[in-house]
Design a protein around this ligand. Structure first.
Ligand code: NDP
Ligand code: 8X3
Length: 246
């Protein structure tokens, strides 16, 4: 299996869970030192570290071409790498941050998927895309992040349609609030903001998502989970707003 964003949060938990259970894992991210820890823990036979920026198409292709024997036959792709940057309203947002979210969450995801599709079809494999509830429920400051995740969900449904009859399974996982490095990244490293976000909320954990991916990957071959939405019990949708006399 190949998982992007394996240096932290969901991706690291997914890589660990699959490696612990005997799968061969190609672990991708930019932070090579974090990937090295996975290799050290699980061994070269179970984890191959592929350090590259998913926005760099040539580096992505180079990493796939350089996969060692034993890691080339990918039958599960977990498109997990992604990020939110900022919470400013659209009219004040930083365009560079918008572009980085689109490049990472959308363009890189479709690029990697397209590169691996022939192998996945050959092996009747599976694709799990990590989307988000923000693609379904808008919230203030979610603008481009939520739109990028709506793309991921819809792309997953489109893939299902195009791959009809191929035996390839496609799932969109749509989590709500989960405690990872997500808020640290979103706020530019504000630890207090991250702690405040999760305090008392009993958020989803990275292990919860790894367990979900594991469950999906190990379902009988005739079953496809199209979409799955998960939230902490403490979170729910807040509805509509009205600006009177505006
Ligand atoms: P983390 O910040 O903990 O992990 C994000 C991962 O993405 C890191 O491993 C990071 O690796 C990788 N990544 C980011 N940019 C790049 C890049 N340009 N090239 C390669 N890898 C990159 O956050 P989460 O684990 O929470 O996020 C994982 C996914 O889950 C994301 O798609 C996120 O949108 C989604 N999600 C998160 C939720 C949450 O509340 N936490 C809820 C719903 C969805 P590195 O920096 O080493 O490159
Ligand atoms: C991350 C979940 O609700 O913070 O995708 O947007 S949320």
């Amino acid at each position: 299996m190949l998982v992007t964003g394996a240096s932290s949060g969901f991706g690291a938990a997914i890589a660990r869970h699959f490696a612990e259970n005997g799968w061969r894992v190609v672990a991708c991210a930019r932070r090579a030192d974090r990937l090295r820890q996975l290799v050290d823990r699980h061994g070269n036979d179970h984890v191959h570290a592929a350090a590259f920026d998913v926005r760099d198409e040539a580096a992505m292709r180079g990493a796939l071409d350089a996969l060692p024997e034993g890691f080339r036959d990918i039958d599960l792709l977990v498109n997990n790498a992604g990020l939110a940057l900022g919470t400013a309203p659209a009219q004040h947002a930083d365009l560079a941050q918008w572009r980085q979210m689109i490049d990472t969450n959308v363009t890189a995801l479709v690029t990697l998927t397209r590169m691996l599709l022939p192998r996945l079809i050959e092996r009747r494999g599976a694709i799990v895309n990590i989307s988000s509830i923000s693609g379904t429920y808008p919230y203030k400051g979610g603008n481009v992040y939520g739109a990028s995740k709506a793309f991921v969900t819809q792309f997953s449904l489109g893939l299902r349609t195009d791959l009809h009859g191929s035996g390839v399974r496609v799932t969109s996982i749509e989590p709500g609030m989960a405690e990872t490095e997500f808020t640290l990244v979103r706020t530019g490293g504000d630890r207090a903001a991250s702690d405040t976000m999760y305090r008392g909320a009993h958020p989803i954990t990275a292990t919860d998502i790894a367990d979900t991916v594991w469950w999906i990957a190990n379902l009988p071959a005739h079953l496809n989970v199209n979409r799955i939405e998960l939230m902490p019990v403490s979170q729910s949708a807040a509805g509509l707003q009205v600006a009177r006399d505006s």
